[in-house]
Design a protein around this ligand. Structure first.
Ligand code: ZN
Length: 338
């Protein structure tokens, strides 16, 4: 992927090229739509004129610029500069994560350790419930990755931290990030609702417990804080608008996270916030090289509505048991309202 800066009618344009194909055009950092009437040729409107760009001579370092079908200029493309791999501390983290990802055997051991860990911390019954909720949630992410044709390594369970669905390949659009992130809590909604249904069908309290636990777990993941699922939705929407909007909103997310950690005494969240801060740094540093196709206005709105619906679903399940006489079931609501 190479990018080319252009100035047309005193406005800054940026073309993202993969081989001879233009994959994205930015007009002052905002992605614009364009037509592709024939191979190696794209067109877009600019102040009532049709601007055409011919990429058939890219291999000769040339780009042909047309205005209203007239060739106006041959632009020389400067030598392609390959982005250097990131070094230093951040590179070390990336390497560590790669090693972790390649260790397939780790998975089964982690799952066992998770059950044992939670069983030791709570009860065996509770441990199984928690693992079931985590696995179904992560399975949602895996399903979404498979839907987009992204290879997956599967689900990892990390004792006392939670679960992780790991992909083998990078995503190419922000829309994929939104769908993959939301499918976890959306699948989690199945667990929450199923818990409610089974509770009324069998009157066994454990199913109500599953419903409340699942709702709480998924709502935590939906917090608009990176690297949680909600944070990814927020990042994809905000970075699709403008890079600085994305940066500001994601930093607000970190501050919100710090406030929650402090208010509820959640040390685990502080650990997440640290990883989230790194993710924001990566995103900001790569803002001019991002190959991710941004969301258009419609996509941004649609993503926000989907997010709100999934949140509402889990909140509804939790509210349902809020007035329950069983202290365990109404506990989450008491925590939140205190
Ligand atoms: Zn998730």
């Amino acid at each position: 992927m190479i990018q080319i800066q252009l100035t047309l009618a005193e406005q800054a344009f940026r073309l993202m090229l993969a081989e001879q194909k233009i994959v994205q055009i930015f007009q002052s950092d905002q992605a614009i739509s364009f037509d592709n009437p024939r191979t190696h040729y794209v067109e877009f409107e600019l102040e009532g004129n049709r601007v055409g760009i011919d990429t058939s001579e890219v291999h000769e370092q040339m780009l042909l610029l047309y205005i209203n079908d007239h060739l106006v200029q041959k632009l020389a493309i400067p030598e392609v500069q390959k982005a250097k791999p990131k070094q230093g501390l951040l590179g070390l983290f990336a390497l560590g994560f790669k090693v972790f990802k390649s260790a397939k055997v780790v998975k089964a051991a982690l799952a066992g350790a998770s059950v044992a860990g939670y069983a030791w911390l709570f009860t065996f019954e509770f441990a199984l419930m928690l693992i079931a909720c985590l696995v179904i949630h992560e399975y949602g992410h895996v399903r979404a990755m498979k839907y987009f044709g992204i290879k997956t390594k599967g689900i990892y369970l990390i004792p006392f931290v939670g679960g992780l669905a790991v992909s083998d390949e990078k995503i190419t659009t922000r829309w994929q990030d939104v769908v993959i992130s939301l499918m976890g809590p959306a699948f989690g909604l199945i667990t929450s609702v199923l818990g409610v249904v089974l509770y009324y069908a069998t009157e066994m309290e454990i199913f109500a417990g599953v419903a409340v636990l699942s709702a709480l777990l998924n709502l935590f993941n939906l917090l608009p804080i990176l690297p949680l699922d909600g944070g990814h939705v927020l990042k994809s929407i905000s970075f699709s608008m403008r890079s600085w909007v994305g940066l500001s909103i994601c930093i607000l997310g970190v501050l919100f996270g710090l406030w929650i950690s402090y208010t509820f005494g959640l040390m685990l969240l502080v650990f997440f916030l640290f990883i989230g801060a790194l993710e924001i740094v990566f995103e900001w540093r790569g803002r001019h090289f991002s190959h991710l196709v941004p969301l258009d206005k419609y996509g941004q709105g649609f993503s926000a509505v989907m997010y709100a619906l999934v949140v509402a679903g889990h909140v509804a399940v939790m509210m349902h048991f809020a007035d329950s006489e069983n202290p365990i079931l109404s506990l989450p609501m008491k925590i939140l309202s205190s």
